[in-house]
Ligand binder design. Structure first.
Ligand code: COA
Length: 559
């Protein structure tokens, strides 16, 4: 089928649908939902049989939904309607939820229902549920709806009414936390319902802040409402029956400019004095090493996948400690939603000199890559349960093997961030895996890559099924088999020999010097594209055009 994707952003769900529809042999193009004139132009140029809208914030123009079937993904079960579907479900503690593919009609979310999927609702943030259950369900339901259309069948339900409820947008007054009355569970539900956007509006020492990334703080108690202390990147706050950790805060760093930052970084930016230091292993956004037999698993579940200079410091210590540990295999697990997204563009944006902060951050990531490449005493495996982008993908390639979960989306290129050149030793790691020519092609595509395609191309070594938890369990079993392989000692000798040969051919320091020379131009040079792209990405400036590699109807006009 010839399909037009219409979306507010090329977000994770939209990227996944792009890849799935492409794999099914459909002809796809995408237009970002900028305004009705642009949408009409895209439809006229591409002449799609079906329009699929994975993520919209406004209605589709009437002349378009009257002219062709427009399938809209709604993150709620049949009967549910409204712009804050998932927010309400999480805040109200629904046990099960769903995602529905509706046909656009005059009344919002009221059209015929083509397909849906239901799932148990985990106690997790809105972003987490969206990236996992909603995305899996949406892909399955969109494919089913397209099959029905191709087979000449009609929708499953004539109208999306009855059963569920039509709720209005969830606004800050309904999200607000009463710290003296709300329990830990209620506070968690409210913050999770608002995560990653818009956060729950609150105050820290009189400054307006938006709360994100909450986790229970078991064993910690203090006066309800009081900020009790800090640990890692997080701040603790007392509520009616205990306390919670807050991992991220959005703050106004200058008039009209809001940034979401690790909570302690945000506290420092606001000039608020440090709180008492506390200690808790399970504080959000902290690296953790876990031993399973001969396998050491290094988790680094950073909420946004971003690797700030501070996080790099923590990770480097963890890798150096793991290097000395007796475990024969080091499994790099990242986090369940993101494995890694490279440079922390938010803390860079907040820095007094974003150029200096960018350079410090890339040097710190390079140190981690170097430690992994030079770790010849054990086998290192990247186990990617979650998505990865830009430098995060190349960090994964610093391992000996890369295993990826089916459903993961990779963005193995840097150019989408203002033509960033990239470092992480990619000029060594990428050709070593797929050859120089294929590497150049991959870098130039700017398109996402599915897990299947990554394995086919040799970028990754193995495709493993399951949700993130099942994937990780399976990866530990595979890693255990590697560790117990009688050929392990020989493999390690060969690994060290290969590294020495590579080093004598061209030292790693040379790759890094060349990459950083180009990166310095990105950071300090005449062309400011990277700084503009970073600012627009991190402050969510609405798109003003669709990139041509996505808007295929514009790149290749129809005869
Ligand atoms: N630094 C800081 N924050 C980042 C980040 C980064 N490198 N990558 C993602 N985030 C944040 C986003 O701002 C977003 O925050 P929000 O919860 O406040 O909305 C959140 O993490 C999730 O990212 P989002 O873009 O919504 O996820 P996605 O799954 O739709 O898209 C990517 C994934 C990788 C395509 C996209 O996040 C991206 O392009 N990231 C930047 C990668 C990059 O260029 N890194 C720098 C070069 S190494």
């Amino acid at each position: 089928m010839r399909i037009l994707l219409l979306s507010h952003a090329f977000n994770s769900l939209c990227q996944r649908l792009w890849l799935e529809l492409d794999a099914c042999g459909h002809e796809i193009s995408l237009e970002l939902d900028i305004n009705d004139v642009v949408t009409r132009q895209a439809v006229a140029m591409w002449q799609p049989q079906v329009l699929v809208a994975p993520f919209l914030k406004r209605a589709i123009p009437e002349d378009i939904w009257r002219a062709l079937p427009c399938l809209v993904v709604h993150p709620g079960p049949p009967g549910d309607r409204g712009p804050s579907a998932l927010d309400w479900a999480i805040q109200l503690g629904e046990r099960s939820w769903g995602v529905t593919v509706l046909q656009a009609v005059a009344e919002m979310d009221a059209g015929p229902v083509w397909a849906w999927r239901e799932f148990p609702l985990r106690p997790a943030s809105k972003s987490s549920v969206y990236r996992r259950e909603v995305t899996e369900g949406a892909v399955a339901a969109v494919l089913e709806a397209l099959d029905r259309i191709a087979a000449g069948q009609g929708p499953k339900l004539a109208k999306n009414t009855g059963g569920g409820s039509a709720r209005p947008a969830l606004r800050q007054p309904e999200r607000a936390i009463d710290w003296t009355r709300h329990t830990v569970d209620e506070v968690l539900a409210r913050i999770r319902a608002a995560d990653g956007q818009p956060g729950v509006r609150d105050t820290l020492a009189g400054h307006p802040v938006w709360l994100h990334d909450a986790a229970p703080a078991p064993g910690l108690r203090g006066p309800p409402g009081e900020w009790l202390g800090e640990c890692g990147e997080a701040l603790a706050r007392g509520c009616a029956d205990g306390a919670v950790w807050i991992g991220h805060l959005t703050i106004e760093i200058e008039a009209g400019k809001r940034l979401k930052l690790p909570a302690r970084v945000a506290r420092a930016h606001l000039g608020v004095s440090p709180l008492p230091m506390l200690s808790d292993e399970r504080v959000p956004n902290r690296a953790r090493y876990e031993v399973h037999g001969h396998v050491g698993v290094l988790h680094f579940p950073y909420g946004n996948g971003a690797l700030s200079t501070a996080r790099c410091g923590e990770l480097l210590v963890a890798i150096r400690t793991a290097a000395e540990a007796p475990e024969r295999v080091l499994l790099l697990a990242g986090g369940p939603e993101f494995w890694c997204n490279g440079l922390d563009l938010a803390t860079i944006e907040a820095a007094a000199s974003p150029a200096d902060a960018s350079l410090a951050n890339i040097e710190a990531i390079d140190e981690i890559c170097l430690a992994l490449i030079e770790l010849t005493g054990k086998i290192v495996v990247s186990a990617m349960a979650g998505n990865a982008g830009a430098g995060g993908v190349y960090l994964a390639l610093a391992a000996d093997e890369v295993w990826v979960r089916r459903g993961v989306v990779l963005n193995p290129h840097y150019r989408n961030m203002g033509n960033l050149y990239g470092s992480e030793y990619w000029t060594y790691l990428l050709p070593r895996r797929i050859g120089a020519e294929a590497g150049e092609r991959l870098m130039a595509t700017r398109l996402p890559l599915s897990a299947e395609a990554a394995v086919r191309s040799g970028l990754c070594d193995a495709l493993v099924e399951g949700d993130p938890e099942a994937f990780l369990a399976a990866a530990v079993v595979r890693a255990q088999a590697l560790a117990e392989d009688p050929g392990l000692a020989e493999r390690l000798v060969a690994k060290a020999r290969q590294r020495a040969e590579d080093e004598s051919r061209k030292p790693l320091a040379e790759y890094r010097r060349e990459e950083l020379e180009k990166m310095r131009l990105n950071f300090y040079g005449f062309d400011t594209s990277y700084h503009v792209a970073r600012h627009d990405f991190i402050t969510k400036v609405p798109h003003s055009r669709t990139p041509l590699h996505l808007a295929r109807h514009r790149a290749r006009p129809r005869a």
